[in-house]
Ligand binder design. Structure first.
Ligand code: F6P
Length: 758
């Protein structure tokens, strides 16, 4: 780097000087041009005057020239004398002889003679200016002609140019003064402007960056920066910087905490501590146990989806009440008058409180606003969100209904309320408006997009205010926390504390934290093991004709965000590239139909079935099909058996908050053997870096990952799987719940009343 010159002028002064010199030169050039133009105008005016005078005098001079010299002088007499700027006139014969002259004109006889001679010689009028030792004069020698056009003599008209020169000098002085004034003012203004607009804010920015680097506490970046993007970008820079710092601190804490594995019992004891006598309430749209009608009889199912998978073990460990929409056909039949029942039905440990919604409410709130609006809004899967005012009204009303049910369950006792997911964004505020003393946390199970994406929702500010009713807002990833704070920053008037990842809105503080969700181990669930498991696997293989060769499996709700078409295409491409694997390898997709009242979801099932048929038709043999697409609801025992039997687990989400199937696959590999193919766009990819990470849109790479998984050396497969299993075991769902509850209840609850929403 070059050494800095000690005499370097400040930028504002340099810029001011540069602008001033350039503008000064421009004005001076314009002034010079103007002065010159006016001088030429004055001279033309003088020419005009001389010609007019010559014209007026032509007749008397013609008459006088017909007379002898002495008479001519007498006839013209005083007409030849000057007045004011006119010095005088003189008359000459065609032989150049002076006939008569005014007194003033006689003083310039020499000059006059020369000009008159030229006029006679060239036989035309001559106009000139001349400088003598002590004068500056204007001369017109005008030829006088007889009526038949013959030269008869010359009339000379002399004007004094002194006054013209005086005017020009005066103008120069005036222009000089104004140029000086303008240049000086400009210098002052540009220097001051540049200092105010650039030097000062940039110096502040530099100071702020220094503080950021050295870790001194500061609220936000300076706001008066000259370019708006500089403000946003510096804010983001600071956010990332702080996020990195806090992630580092969190990691350091996690290392200390990860001393051993969390279990159901350990969580139970921990929750008793956290609740301090209060009860635990969970509020979500999806219920953990649903009663459907099968052949006219109620049948119990556990709905597919990460939320239920994650939360049910927590409630089973801790007890409490789970408030959720009773959406099953036989749900009313199986609950008491208040919509309550003890679950799990075969070994009850907690209460499920079902909230009833009419068809219209469910359509507007759940299918409409939540799943046609918020779901595509938060998942960047190129599906256009739809927002309808009527859906929003249902969403507001439904959130109030769920909050009211939770308040009813809480009674007047202390309670900790864990609100779940994007269907419940307004519930935290509704809860706090009635009971500011409740500890309310919300966990957002799906991604939070960047502010540009989120702000297209017409009710984005209401959603943010709703969420900010919570004391703790959890996301899977730090990136989602950053996006959330960025969105709050851009969309509502709230005070952000990036150092502590907190938002203060009307006196209430919400903390924002990442809590990567997880699963419990399969051994704690009622799944088969040992010989029973082997028998079940054999049965499934026989039923679905899977006894030929090796197996990969995918387990998903049938949702366009899961990248199922991309997955099927990759399988097809794999068989194109590696035909030797025909009959040697089968891909099984378990697909639970989901949200089928929404046309996009219905069409997606049809699209997938057609694609699977097409691929099967291309590659199948008499006894083998490359893809087995098993559409239907598969219980936990079946899902576990498939995950256990498959060598390869495939998760290809186009965008996913976490994706628990990835973790369930790892957890199901009790034999430590198997390869996970995992989309880089699923949150799980941050933790399961030993998976084969793919971009689901890249079919070639995806197909290659299948080949790689099939051909991976056993030692490498085992090593990778071991590391992933350790990660999932140590960071299981009990640790997730313990961390969330500990964080939520660690600080005194912010009880300031909040404002009405929507
Ligand atoms: O990962 C959890 C999740 O995707 C939730 O966001 C969602 O509520 C659930 O699984 C499944 O969706 P649904 O409740 O609409 O069936």
């Amino acid at each position: 780097m070059l050494p800095k010159s000690p005499f370097q002028l400040p930028n504002s002064l340099r810029m001011g000087l540069l602008i001033t010199v350039l503008v000064g030169l421009l004005i001076a050039a314009l002034a010079w041009f103007q002065i010159e133009r006016e001088r030429r105008n004055d001279l033309e005016e003088m020419d005009r005057r001389a010609y007019i005078l010559a014209h007026q005098m032509a007749y008397p001079v013609q008459v006088a020239l017909r007379l002898p010299d002495s008479e001519a002088a007498t006839v013209l007499g005083s007409m030849l004398e000057g007045y004011r700027r006119l010095i005088g006139l003189a008359i000459y014969r065609t032989d150049g002889r002076l006939v008569a002259a005014g007194k003033g004109a006689a003083d310039f006889a020499d000059v006059l003679n020369q000009v008159v001679d030229r006029a006679l010689a060239e036989s035309k009028d001559i106009v000139e200016t001349r400088r003598t030792a002590d004068a500056h004069i204007h001369l017109l020698a005008s030829l006088i002609r007889t009526p038949d056009g013959q030269p008869q003599g010359v009339l000379a008209v002399l004007h004094d140019l002194v006054s013209l020169n005086e005017r020009a000098t005066h103008r120069q002085a005036l222009f000089g003064f104004w140029i000086g004034f303008i240049v000086l003012s400009l210098l002052i203004l540009t220097v001051a402007g540049a200092w105010l607009l650039y030097d000062r804010p940039l110096n502040r920015l530099a100071e702020w960056m220094r503080q950021l680097r050295t870790g001194e506490a500061i609220a936000a970046s300076p706001v008066e920066l000259p370019i708006a993007r500089l403000v946003t970008e510096s804010d983001r820079l600071a956010a990332s910087f702080r996020a990195a710092r806090s992630a580092h601190q969190a990691q350091a804490r996690a290392v200390v905490r990860a001393d051993n594995v969390w279990t159901r019992d350990r969580l139970r004891a921990h929750v008793v501590d956290c609740l301090r006598g209060g009860q635990l309430l969970v509020v979500s749209n999806r219920e953990p146990y649903m009663h459907e009608l099968r052949d006219g009889k109620p049948r119990l199912i556990m709905p597919a989806g990460g939320l239920v998978t994650a939360l049910d073990p927590v409630l089973q460990a801790c007890g409490g009440v789970w408030i959720a929409h009773g959406s099953g056909e036989a749900d009313r039949q199986m609950a008491d008058a208040r919509g309550r029942l003890a679950v799990p039905p075969d070994d009850p440990t907690y209460t499920l409180r079902r909230v009833w919604l009419s068809r219209e409410e469910e359509q507007g709130y759940y299918y409409g606003f939540a799943n046609e609006g918020l779901w595509p809004l938060c998942h960047l899967a190129h599906e256009r969100p739809v927002f309808r005012a009527s859906d929003w009204e249902h969403y507001v009303r439904a959130n109030r209904r769920f909050a009211d049910a939770a308040l009813e369950e809480a009674g007047s006792e202390p309670a900790v309320v864990l609100v779940q997911d994007y269907q419940m964004a307004l519930a935290p505020r509704f809860l706090k408006e009635s009971r500011p003393d409740l500890a309310v946390g919300i966990f957002w199970h799906i991604p939070w997009p960047n502010p540009e994406a989120f702000r297209i929702c017409p009710w984005a500010p209401d959603l943010l205010r709703g969420l900010l009713g919570a004391d703790l807002i959890g996301f899977h990833l730090q990136q989602h926390c950053n996006n959330f704070l960025d969105t709050v920053d851009r969309m509502i008037e709230a005070r952000l504390d990036w150092d502590h990842f907190a938002v203060e809105l009307q006196g209430h503080v919400s903390r924002v934290r990442p809590f990567p969700i997880s699963v419990e181990s399969w051994t704690e669930r009622h799944v088969l093991t040992g010989v029973e498991l082997e028998r079940q696997i054999a049965e499934l293989k026989a039923r679905y004709k899977l006894d030929k060769g090796r197996i990969a499996v995918g387990v998903d709700r049938i949702d366009y965000t899961k990248g199922l078409t991309e997955r099927f295409r990759a399988v097809a491409r794999f068989f194109e590239r590696c035909p030797q694997y025909r009959e040697q390898f089968t891909f099984v997709q378990l697909g639970a139909p989901s949200r089928t009242h929404i046309p996009r979801y219905r069409n997606y099932i049809n699209e997938l079935e057609a694609l699977a048929d097409d691929i099967n038709w291309r590659f199948q043999t008499e006894s083998w099909k490359p893809i087995r697409f098993l559409v239907g609801h598969h219980d936990g025992v079946t899902v576990h058996a498939f995950l256990h039997m498959a060598e390869i687990g495939v998760v290809s989400s186009l965008h996913d908050g976490m994706n628990l199937v990835a973790k369930e696959f790892v957890a199901a590999k009790e034999d430590q053997d198997g390869v996970l193919i995992l989309s880089e766009f699923a949150g799980a990819a941050r933790e399961l870096s030993d998976a084969l990470i793919i971009n689901p849109y890249d079919t070639e790479q995806f197909a290659e990952a299948i080949r790689r998984a099939l051909e991976m050396a056993p030692a490498e497969r085992e090593a990778r799987m071991n590391r992933m299993r350790r990660q999932v075991e140590e960071n299981n769902i009990y640790r997730w719940a313990a961390n969330f509850l500990a964080d939520l209840t660690a600080v005194p609850i912010s009880t300031s009343t909040t404002q009405e929403v929507a």
